[in-house]
Design a protein around this ligand. Structure first.
Ligand SMILES: Nc1ncnc2c1ncn2[C@@H]1O[C@H](COP(=O)(O)OP(=O)(O)OP(=O)(O)O)[C@@H](O)[C@H]1O
Ligand SMILES: O=C(O)c1ccc[n+]([C@@H]2O[C@H](COP(=O)([O-])O)[C@@H](O)[C@H]2O)c1
Length: 219
Protein backbone atom coordinates (compact mmCIF):
# COMPACT_ATOMS: atom_id res chain seq x y z
CA UNK A 1 0.00 0.00 0.00
CA UNK A 2 1.38 3.45 -0.94
CA UNK A 3 1.86 6.42 1.36
CA UNK A 4 -1.32 8.34 2.20
CA UNK A 5 -1.43 11.97 3.21
CA UNK A 6 -4.25 14.45 3.82
CA UNK A 7 -3.52 18.17 3.43
CA UNK A 8 -5.50 20.75 5.40
CA UNK A 9 -4.78 24.27 4.20
CA UNK A 10 -6.18 27.30 5.95
CA UNK A 11 -5.64 30.80 7.21
CA UNK A 12 -6.13 29.68 10.81
CA UNK A 13 -6.75 33.21 12.12
CA UNK A 14 -7.21 31.51 14.59
CA UNK A 15 -7.34 27.71 14.35
CA UNK A 16 -10.47 26.28 16.04
CA UNK A 17 -12.30 23.05 16.93
CA UNK A 18 -13.83 22.92 13.42
CA UNK A 19 -10.37 22.56 11.85
CA UNK A 20 -9.30 19.84 14.27
CA UNK A 21 -12.59 17.96 13.75
CA UNK A 22 -12.21 18.24 9.95
CA UNK A 23 -8.65 16.92 10.01
CA UNK A 24 -9.53 14.14 12.46
CA UNK A 25 -12.58 13.08 10.45
CA UNK A 26 -10.62 12.53 7.26
CA UNK A 27 -7.47 11.23 8.97
CA UNK A 28 -9.63 8.42 10.33
CA UNK A 29 -11.81 7.89 7.24
CA UNK A 30 -8.81 7.71 4.91
CA UNK A 31 -6.50 6.05 7.44
CA UNK A 32 -3.73 8.46 6.52
CA UNK A 33 -0.08 8.04 7.37
CA UNK A 34 0.07 11.78 8.00
CA UNK A 35 -2.19 14.82 8.26
CA UNK A 36 -0.28 17.82 7.00
CA UNK A 37 -1.64 21.17 8.17
CA UNK A 38 -0.58 24.05 5.93
CA UNK A 39 -1.07 27.65 7.11
CA UNK A 40 -1.41 30.13 4.25
CA UNK A 41 1.33 32.65 3.53
CA UNK A 42 -0.28 35.35 1.40
CA UNK A 43 -3.91 34.24 0.87
CA UNK A 44 -4.72 36.34 -2.18
CA UNK A 45 -8.54 36.18 -1.78
CA UNK A 46 -8.56 37.50 1.79
CA UNK A 47 -8.06 40.86 3.48
CA UNK A 48 -5.10 41.19 5.84
CA UNK A 49 -4.96 38.60 8.57
CA UNK A 50 -4.80 39.62 12.24
CA UNK A 51 -2.16 37.19 13.53
CA UNK A 52 1.30 36.88 11.94
CA UNK A 53 2.27 33.81 9.88
CA UNK A 54 4.47 32.61 12.75
CA UNK A 55 1.68 33.03 15.30
CA UNK A 56 -0.82 31.19 13.09
CA UNK A 57 1.65 28.32 12.59
CA UNK A 58 2.36 28.14 16.34
CA UNK A 59 -1.38 28.06 17.14
CA UNK A 60 -1.87 25.25 14.59
CA UNK A 61 0.90 23.18 16.21
CA UNK A 62 -0.72 23.64 19.65
CA UNK A 63 -4.20 22.79 18.34
CA UNK A 64 -3.17 19.51 16.73
CA UNK A 65 -0.77 18.33 19.47
CA UNK A 66 -1.70 14.98 20.99
CA UNK A 67 -3.93 13.69 18.19
CA UNK A 68 -3.94 9.89 17.78
CA UNK A 69 -2.57 10.23 14.22
CA UNK A 70 0.65 11.74 12.85
CA UNK A 71 0.43 15.48 12.21
CA UNK A 72 2.98 17.80 10.59
CA UNK A 73 2.77 21.56 10.18
CA UNK A 74 4.05 22.39 6.69
CA UNK A 75 5.49 25.91 6.36
CA UNK A 76 5.95 25.98 2.59
CA UNK A 77 3.17 28.50 1.91
CA UNK A 78 4.48 30.84 4.61
CA UNK A 79 7.98 30.53 3.13
CA UNK A 80 6.72 31.36 -0.37
CA UNK A 81 4.81 34.29 1.13
CA UNK A 82 8.05 35.62 2.61
CA UNK A 83 9.36 35.74 -0.97
CA UNK A 84 6.29 37.77 -1.96
CA UNK A 85 4.55 34.87 -3.74
CA UNK A 86 0.76 34.55 -3.31
CA UNK A 87 -0.62 31.32 -1.83
CA UNK A 88 -1.89 29.10 -4.62
CA UNK A 89 -2.93 25.59 -3.59
CA UNK A 90 -1.86 24.25 -6.98
CA UNK A 91 1.77 25.21 -6.17
CA UNK A 92 1.51 23.36 -2.85
CA UNK A 93 0.08 20.25 -4.48
CA UNK A 94 2.83 20.25 -7.11
CA UNK A 95 5.46 20.50 -4.38
CA UNK A 96 3.92 17.72 -2.24
CA UNK A 97 3.48 15.48 -5.30
CA UNK A 98 7.14 16.04 -6.28
CA UNK A 99 8.16 15.16 -2.73
CA UNK A 100 6.01 12.01 -2.31
CA UNK A 101 6.13 10.63 -5.85
CA UNK A 102 3.46 9.52 -8.34
CA UNK A 103 1.83 6.70 -6.36
CA UNK A 104 1.14 8.41 -3.02
CA UNK A 105 -2.52 9.07 -2.23
CA UNK A 106 -2.79 12.82 -1.63
CA UNK A 107 -6.11 14.31 -0.47
CA UNK A 108 -6.75 18.02 -0.09
CA UNK A 109 -9.40 18.74 2.55
CA UNK A 110 -11.78 21.70 2.62
CA UNK A 111 -15.10 22.89 3.98
CA UNK A 112 -18.22 23.45 1.88
CA UNK A 113 -17.61 27.22 1.75
CA UNK A 114 -14.44 26.70 -0.27
CA UNK A 115 -16.03 24.13 -2.60
CA UNK A 116 -18.64 26.76 -3.45
CA UNK A 117 -15.78 29.01 -4.63
CA UNK A 118 -13.48 26.41 -6.12
CA UNK A 119 -13.82 27.82 -9.63
CA UNK A 120 -12.19 31.05 -8.44
CA UNK A 121 -9.01 29.25 -7.36
CA UNK A 122 -5.85 29.58 -9.43
CA UNK A 123 -5.78 26.77 -12.07
CA UNK A 124 -8.58 25.00 -10.19
CA UNK A 125 -9.18 22.28 -12.76
CA UNK A 126 -5.55 21.16 -12.50
CA UNK A 127 -5.95 20.45 -8.77
CA UNK A 128 -7.43 17.02 -9.63
CA UNK A 129 -4.22 16.09 -11.49
CA UNK A 130 -2.36 16.16 -8.18
CA UNK A 131 -4.82 15.36 -5.38
CA UNK A 132 -8.23 14.07 -4.41
CA UNK A 133 -10.59 16.77 -3.11
CA UNK A 134 -12.40 15.82 0.12
CA UNK A 135 -15.06 18.19 1.38
CA UNK A 136 -16.91 18.47 4.68
CA UNK A 137 -20.42 19.93 4.86
CA UNK A 138 -20.64 23.15 6.85
CA UNK A 139 -23.74 24.76 8.41
CA UNK A 140 -24.90 27.67 6.25
CA UNK A 141 -23.24 26.48 3.03
CA UNK A 142 -25.59 24.48 0.81
CA UNK A 143 -24.05 22.01 -1.59
CA UNK A 144 -27.14 21.18 -3.62
CA UNK A 145 -27.28 22.12 -7.30
CA UNK A 146 -28.19 25.73 -6.49
CA UNK A 147 -25.27 26.13 -4.09
CA UNK A 148 -22.47 25.19 -6.48
CA UNK A 149 -21.29 26.85 -9.70
CA UNK A 150 -22.25 24.48 -12.56
CA UNK A 151 -18.65 23.76 -13.57
CA UNK A 152 -17.77 22.82 -9.99
CA UNK A 153 -20.91 20.69 -9.60
CA UNK A 154 -20.03 18.77 -12.77
CA UNK A 155 -16.36 18.31 -11.91
CA UNK A 156 -17.17 17.25 -8.36
CA UNK A 157 -20.03 14.85 -9.08
CA UNK A 158 -18.31 13.16 -12.03
CA UNK A 159 -15.32 12.27 -9.84
CA UNK A 160 -17.06 10.94 -6.72
CA UNK A 161 -15.15 8.06 -5.14
CA UNK A 162 -15.36 5.88 -2.06
CA UNK A 163 -12.90 6.23 0.84
CA UNK A 164 -11.40 2.89 -0.23
CA UNK A 165 -10.80 4.18 -3.77
CA UNK A 166 -9.30 7.39 -2.43
CA UNK A 167 -7.00 5.44 -0.12
CA UNK A 168 -5.66 3.34 -2.97
CA UNK A 169 -5.34 5.81 -5.87
CA UNK A 170 -3.08 8.86 -6.12
CA UNK A 171 -5.45 11.70 -7.18
CA UNK A 172 -8.49 12.77 -9.19
CA UNK A 173 -11.43 11.68 -6.99
CA UNK A 174 -13.86 13.61 -4.78
CA UNK A 175 -15.67 12.85 -1.55
CA UNK A 176 -18.30 14.70 0.47
CA UNK A 177 -18.68 14.12 4.22
CA UNK A 178 -22.35 15.02 4.35
CA UNK A 179 -22.83 14.27 8.04
CA UNK A 180 -20.16 16.75 9.17
CA UNK A 181 -21.79 19.70 10.98
CA UNK A 182 -19.58 21.93 13.11
CA UNK A 183 -20.98 25.44 13.42
CA UNK A 184 -17.76 27.32 14.25
CA UNK A 185 -15.85 29.93 12.24
CA UNK A 186 -12.75 32.00 12.85
CA UNK A 187 -14.79 35.10 11.98
CA UNK A 188 -17.18 34.35 14.86
CA UNK A 189 -14.23 33.77 17.23
CA UNK A 190 -12.46 37.01 16.28
CA UNK A 191 -15.71 38.91 16.86
CA UNK A 192 -16.29 37.26 20.25
CA UNK A 193 -12.75 37.98 21.44
CA UNK A 194 -12.95 41.57 20.27
CA UNK A 195 -16.13 42.06 22.28
CA UNK A 196 -14.40 40.50 25.27
CA UNK A 197 -16.71 37.47 25.18
CA UNK A 198 -15.56 33.94 25.88
CA UNK A 199 -14.52 31.67 23.03
CA UNK A 200 -13.68 28.78 25.38
CA UNK A 201 -16.00 26.27 23.75
CA UNK A 202 -14.74 27.04 20.23
CA UNK A 203 -10.93 26.82 20.51
CA UNK A 204 -8.54 24.25 21.98
CA UNK A 205 -7.42 25.39 25.48
CA UNK A 206 -3.72 25.67 24.52
CA UNK A 207 -4.66 27.97 21.64
CA UNK A 208 -6.80 30.09 23.93
CA UNK A 209 -3.82 30.43 26.32
CA UNK A 210 -1.62 31.44 23.37
CA UNK A 211 -4.13 34.07 22.24
CA UNK A 212 -4.24 35.53 25.74
CA UNK A 213 -0.45 35.49 26.16
CA UNK A 214 0.07 37.25 22.83
CA UNK A 215 -2.81 39.69 23.28
CA UNK A 216 -4.37 38.68 19.97
CA UNK A 217 -7.78 39.63 18.54
CA UNK A 218 -8.46 42.41 21.07
CA UNK A 219 -8.94 45.01 18.32
N1 LIG B 1 -16.72 24.59 10.88
C1 LIG B 1 -16.16 24.12 9.76
N2 LIG B 1 -16.72 23.08 9.08
C2 LIG B 1 -16.15 22.62 7.94
N3 LIG B 1 -15.02 23.12 7.40
C3 LIG B 1 -14.43 24.15 8.02
C4 LIG B 1 -14.96 24.70 9.23
N4 LIG B 1 -14.16 25.72 9.63
C5 LIG B 1 -13.19 25.80 8.69
N5 LIG B 1 -13.34 24.87 7.73
C6 LIG B 1 -12.48 24.67 6.56
O1 LIG B 1 -11.12 24.72 6.99
C7 LIG B 1 -10.31 25.36 6.00
C8 LIG B 1 -9.59 26.55 6.64
O2 LIG B 1 -10.57 27.44 7.12
P1 LIG B 1 -10.24 28.91 7.68
O3 LIG B 1 -8.90 28.91 8.33
O4 LIG B 1 -10.49 29.90 6.63
O5 LIG B 1 -11.35 29.00 8.85
P2 LIG B 1 -12.73 29.76 8.80
O6 LIG B 1 -13.42 29.45 10.08
O7 LIG B 1 -13.45 29.45 7.53
O8 LIG B 1 -12.21 31.26 8.81
P3 LIG B 1 -12.92 32.66 8.49
O9 LIG B 1 -14.17 32.72 9.32
O10 LIG B 1 -11.86 33.65 8.89
O11 LIG B 1 -13.21 32.66 7.01
C9 LIG B 1 -11.27 25.77 4.88
O12 LIG B 1 -11.25 24.76 3.88
C10 LIG B 1 -12.62 25.80 5.55
O13 LIG B 1 -13.69 25.55 4.65
O1 LIG C 1 -5.30 28.34 -4.86
C1 LIG C 1 -6.10 29.29 -4.75
O2 LIG C 1 -6.27 30.14 -5.63
C2 LIG C 1 -6.90 29.38 -3.46
C3 LIG C 1 -7.91 30.33 -3.31
C4 LIG C 1 -8.62 30.38 -2.10
C5 LIG C 1 -8.30 29.52 -1.07
N1 LIG C 1 -7.30 28.61 -1.26
C6 LIG C 1 -6.89 27.71 -0.17
O3 LIG C 1 -8.00 27.20 0.53
C7 LIG C 1 -7.64 26.95 1.88
C8 LIG C 1 -8.67 27.59 2.79
O4 LIG C 1 -8.62 29.00 2.61
P1 LIG C 1 -9.31 29.98 3.65
O5 LIG C 1 -9.24 31.31 2.99
O6 LIG C 1 -10.70 29.45 3.84
O7 LIG C 1 -8.50 29.88 4.90
C9 LIG C 1 -6.22 27.53 2.06
O8 LIG C 1 -5.30 26.47 1.97
C10 LIG C 1 -6.10 28.46 0.89
O9 LIG C 1 -4.76 28.64 0.43
C11 LIG C 1 -6.62 28.52 -2.42
Amino acid sequence: MGYRVALLGGSYDPVHHGHVALGAHFAQLLQVDQLRVIPTGLPWQRATLKASPQQRAEMVALAFAGQPFAVAVDLQEIERGQQGLPTYTIDTLRQVRAELGPSASISFLMGADQLQRLDTWHEWQALFDYAHICVAARPGFDLDAAGLPPAVATAFSSRLGTPQQIRTTPHGLTYLAQDFAVDISATQIRAALQRGDSANSLIPPLVLDYIEQHNLYKS
